[in-house]
Design a protein around this ligand. Sequence first.
Ligand code: PSV
Ligand code: MN
Ligand code: MN
Length: 426
Amino acid sequence: MRVDENQLEGINKEHLSLHDDTYNFLGNMLSKQGKDVDGILKKLADFQVAIPSWALGAGGTRFGRFGFQGEPSTLEQKIDDVGILHKLTQTAGAISLHIPWDVPSDYKAIKEVAASHDIIFDAVNSNTFQDQKNAKESYKFGSLSNINKASRDQAIAHNIDVINIGDKLGSKSLTIWLADGSNFPGQSNFQHVLQNTEDSVKEIYKALPEDWKMFIEYKPYEPNFYSTVIQDWGTSFMLANACGDKAYSLVDLGHHLPNTNIEQIVSTLMMKGKLGGFHFNDSKYGDDDVTVGSIKPYSLFLIFNSLVYGMENNPQNPYPAWMIDASHNIKDPLEDLIQSLEAIQEAYAKALLIDQDQLAAAQKDNDVVKCQEILQNAYRTDVRPLIEKARISRGGAINPIETYRALKVRQGLIKERGINSVASGL
Ligand code: PSV
Ligand code: MN
Ligand code: MN
């Protein structure tokens, strides 16, 4: 199932007149405010977010999973789904694979499928949170931190395998997320498990190709109920520093305790040149429960303000690897991903509207009210016509969700794959 270019253009034509009106109004207004509209459009059009291979099927909880019909059951089909997203949104030009869920059997064929959709392979993710079939050692009591050296060695070897697999696909980064921790006070010695983890990530780092990066993700809780070894950005930052220049922290929006100031964490990491990766989602209670921007859009905007500032002022920080890391329990995953991509673009566009010079001047004068006005003026602008314009400039849909439905994409996928196909994933 592929999106037909002619049909897409036909649907765009129906929306074009309204788009032109709203875009002209917004474009004029922004130009009068002295904004570089073309520059903003280019940044929006260039902004690409990786889709994780595990987000294309329905998620679930330990209480059950309600499947979604027409789910992709092979890696090729997963890449095809990202191809559909990319065609419509022009923002999903990359896929992030989870190993061993998505080990390619035929590398050449997989690369061809991806290239045919104009999709690249972003960070590869290792999995040491589940015991794999025929594995000699168990991760029940941890992987890279395990008290048992044989388990640690197995987890290190797995990460090196993942690097080798990614290398054959053209990936340039490895993301490590550990489920290691403890469930009960006294179960493990905090210092020993942290030391083991540091030693293990250093071993993996030694196997990292010269032009690769290693991202170390943190998370305060889940699956453990008492402690997590890499619980916060400080621990991740410390481990990245212990490894070297190619190791970075990865911020996942869902991995913070309530009310944590994530925009400040982003600023600190970028100032130190250590923000390597970024995972988008939103949550009311924890982790990756809901669609990006659906609960705390203003926080997302403030976080983007820090990201934009860092991208413009911190040459010591590499361009971050963006990825959506979300779970879709009851929605069509593709529709949810389209909504997430739209929310990301919206927050980014609004952050690009902030006049950084004016803000710096107001900060210098300690004009607190002006500072807030500058941020809120940007936030209150309806930037959707700008995002539409950026999408059309690359051949995407003016309105991706409506187009997805009008083209009956899900029905087409069900016809091709059947109603009972199941995707592997979280
Ligand atoms: C688990 O919390 C998680 O969502 C992490 O955020 C990882 O990035 C992802 O799973 C894949 O391992
Ligand atoms: Mn994540
Ligand atoms: Mn997560």
